[in-house]
Design a protein. Structure first.
Length: 161
C-alpha cells in the first residue's frame, strides 16, 4: 500500500518529538522483568506523577495494575548496550537481568547499577490510549547514580518504534 506524501511528512515531523530512553523494571510475586520505554513524561508536580505509554498486549502490562510498584531506570547517553539488551529481550527461557549488575530492593523493580538514576513509582491508574495503555504512577523514591547525561531518542517516523 502506498502511503500518501502528506502522511509521510506528518509521521516524519511527529517522529522528531524527542523522548528519553528508560528501562522499566518490576518484581512482583515470582516474576522479575523489564522493558525498554521511551514514551515517559512527568505529568504533575504535586504529587509527583509520571505517565508511561505501554503497547497494549505486552506481558509486562498485566503486572502494572493499581498499587503495583515499578522502577524507572534513567539511561545514560552512553548506554546503547541497554537499548539492545532490553529492546530485543532475552533468549527464550533466559532471565532478562542475566549478565547485568542490578540492585534489588524490597518493593521495587531492579535498579541497573550503571543507570544515570532511577525513580520508584506506584501505579495510580491505567487508561486506554489508542494502541497503547497510558499508565499514571506516583513517584515515591529515587536518586541519581552518576553525573552523566540522559539518553534522548528521536525517531525517523512516528508510525513505528
Amino acid at each position: 500500500m502506498k502511503v500518501p506524501e502528506e502522511s509521510k511528512q506528518l509521521y516524519a515531523a511527529l517522529g522528531r518529538v524527542p523522548s528519553g530512553l528508560f528501562v522499566l523494571t518490576i518484581a512482583r510475586s515470582d516474576v522479575e522483568t523489564g522493558m525498554l520505554a521511551s514514551w515517559v513524561q512527568q505529568c504533575s508536580f504535586e504529587p509527583p506523577l509520571l505517565s508511561v505509554a505501554i503497547q497494549r498486549g505486552r506481558d509486562i502490562s498485566a503486572l502494572l495494575t493499581a498499587g503495583a510498584v515499578f522502577t524507572l531506570n534513567i539511561l545514560d547517553d552512553s548506554q546503547t548496550d541497554m537499548i539492545a539488551h532490553f529492546g530485543k529481550g532475552p533468549a527464550k527461557g533466559e532471565p532478562i537481568f542475566n549478565g547485568l549488575e542490578v540492585l534489588r530492593g524490597e518493593g521495587s523493580g531492579p535498579v541497573l547499577n550503571e543507570a544515570l538514576g532511577f525513580v520508584n513509582c506506584v501505579v495510580t491508574g491505567k487508561f486506554p490510549a489508542g494502541d497503547h495503555d497510558l499508565v499514571i504512577a506516583q513517584v515515591i523514591a529515587g536518586r541519581l547514580l552518576n553525573d552523566g547525561q540522559p539518553m534522548v531518542h528521536v525517531r525517523k517516523s512516528a508510525s513505528h518504534y
